[in-house]
Design a protein around this ligand. Structure first.
Ligand code: GLN
Length: 477
């Protein structure tokens, strides 16, 4: 069920939040063993929250559209009193001391939390195979990955274990799993949603966003969680500009030339070219446009992201948070740090801490970190130029559908390439959505729609139009 469907049923008293929450909990318990999308299930709490929501639904004739709706939360977002692991052994026993701002907002709306979903350790990865607690499987094909790092959230929505879920996106972690599982994922404009209570990966790129079944649902969740928060100085009040409310026929659409190269799955490439032909008369213009600096986005991202990771993760020292080395194992404080961090961080996290520490070290800072920042500036200005001529940009979410479990885990560069089309958007702090677009046998392929900052409404309108168009039916969606 979608948020819109369930909200109508709850409002018309066809069903209660309590009943529906019970059903979801049973379904998770029965079917999630094979998918492993949840790390923690809040059986008791969820039913309590549902009871409270039912009371509001009974008393209030105009309840919030999310009141009584069961959802799942990526396990790097804090919910007070519950464990938040970030997919890492180091935080296996870490109890959240407070609610993240998005959680507070969802609680105020009357949402029901079913539990926490699996992720790559500290959100670093593209397949959820880097989770210290085992991978999540793709509901469309159990031998394949669900994508990452919000793989648990995307798989839970696809499996109908919840009505919607929250994920976080630093370089593609909402959009790539949404694409691999066949659901909708929104990465909002950087700063439109507070990061307070999100375990930081790369603070200048991180953003929380919804994973849903429809574009309408993504809009409802986004509207509920966005807004300025005094606890996050990079957040701002989101005021959609009037200019965006354009009719479809007035839109100028760009198709990214680099997104239809021979490295992209041929079916996806063909579907995008077909969209150009089919929508020619529906929009004001639709043209193929090149953005050459996008080719530098992946290396730029891996310098900037890793640099921020190395500083953000310094706080996990075994003293302030989570697990620590056994007293028998160390003689001095240095040994204590080394033993703790060596034992409880996984290989990908260690790799990035080392890469980032190296890029920031004296002598290499100019060669790596500050150079990457200059390239980021170039990418930002190229996007600005593009959006002075076009309203929206279309490109694949990932070059290919979900790959097999184990296929890329031993080759980090191959794994990083899954995000070649998503990381540029984070570097430019832009909003983007991934919608199910084509299908290769039973494997979904996502289409990414990107706009200038604050253009979420325009993105919603156009992606709804694409999803509703009859051409998609022919692709089997
Ligand atoms: N897959 C990308 C990475 O490994 C993006 C991760 C994310 O967005 N959190 O860094």
């Amino acid at each position: 069920m979608t948020i819109v469907d369930l909200h109508n049923k709850l409002k018309n008293k066809q069903v209660s939040s309590f009943e529906i929450t019970q059903e979801y909990l049973q379904k998770i318990k029965k079917e999630d063993k094979k998918i492993h999308s949840f790390l923690d299930i809040y059986e008791k709490d969820a039913l309590e929250m549902a009871k409270r929501a039912d009371k509001i639904l009974k008393e209030n004739p105009h309840p919030h559209p999310l009141c009584g709706i069961p959802c799942a939360i990526k396990d790097n977002i804090l919910i007070e009193g519950h464990i938040t692991t970030a997919g890492s052994k180091i935080l296996e026993n870490y109890i959240s001391p407070y609610d993240a701002t998005v959680i507070k907002k969802l609680k105020d709306a009357g949402v029901v939390f079913l539990g926490k979903t699996n992720l790559d350790e500290f959100a670093m990865g593209s397949s959820t195979e880097n989770s210290a607690f085992g991978p999540t499987r793709n509901p469309n094909d159990l031998n394949r990955v669900a994508g990452g790092s919000s793989g648990g959230s995307a798989a839970a929505v696809k499996s109908d274990f919840c009505v919607f879920a929250l994920g976080s996106d630093t370089g593609g972690s909402i959009r790539e799993p949404a694409s691999f599982c066949g659901v909708v994922g929104l990465k909002p404009t950087y700063g439109s949603v507070s990061r307070y209570g999100l375990i930081a990966m790369a603070s200048s790129l991180d953003v929380i966003g919804p994973i849903t079944k429809t574009v309408e649902d993504a809009k409802i969740v986004f509207e509920a969680i966005r807004g300025r928060d005094p606890m996050d100085s990079t957040s701002f009040d989101f005021i959609p500009s009037e200019k965006q409310i354009k009719k479809i026929k007035d839109l100028k659409i760009a198709i990214l030339k680099e997104g239809i190269s021979d490295d992209v799955d041929p079916l996806l490439k063909e579907s995008i070219l077909r969209l150009k032909k089919d929508f020619k008369n529906d929009v004001s213009k639709i043209e193929i446009v090149s953005l050459p600096s996008i080719n530098y986005a992946l290396p730029t991202y891996y310098i900037i992201m890793a640099s921020e990771v190395s500083t953000n993760l310094a706080r996990f020292d075994g003293i302030r948070y989570g697990k620590s080395a056994d007293p028998k194992e160390y003689l001095n404080v240095d040994e204590f740090y080394i033993k703790t961090r060596s034992r409880f961080f996984g290989p990908e996290v260690k790799r990035r801490i080392m890469l980032g520490t190296y890029s920031l070290s004296a002598g290499y800072y100019d060669e790596f970190y500050s150079k990457a920042c200059r390239v980021q500036g170039k990418i930002i200005s190229d996007f600005k130029k593009l959006f002075s001529k076009f309203d929206l940009l279309i490109l694949p979410t990932s070059p290919y559908p979900a790959f097999k479990l184990g296929e890329k885990i031993d080759d980090p560069v191959q794994m990083y390439l899954s995000d070649i089309f998503t990381v540029p958007i984070n570097l430019a702090q832009l909003p983007a959505i991934s919608i199910p677009f084509a299908k290769k046998e039973n494997l979904p392929l996502g289409l990414q729609i990107v706009g200038p900052k604050y253009s979420e409404d325009k993105i919603f309108n156009f992606s709804k139009f694409i999803m509703n168009s009859k051409q998609l039916l022919e692709f089997g969606i």
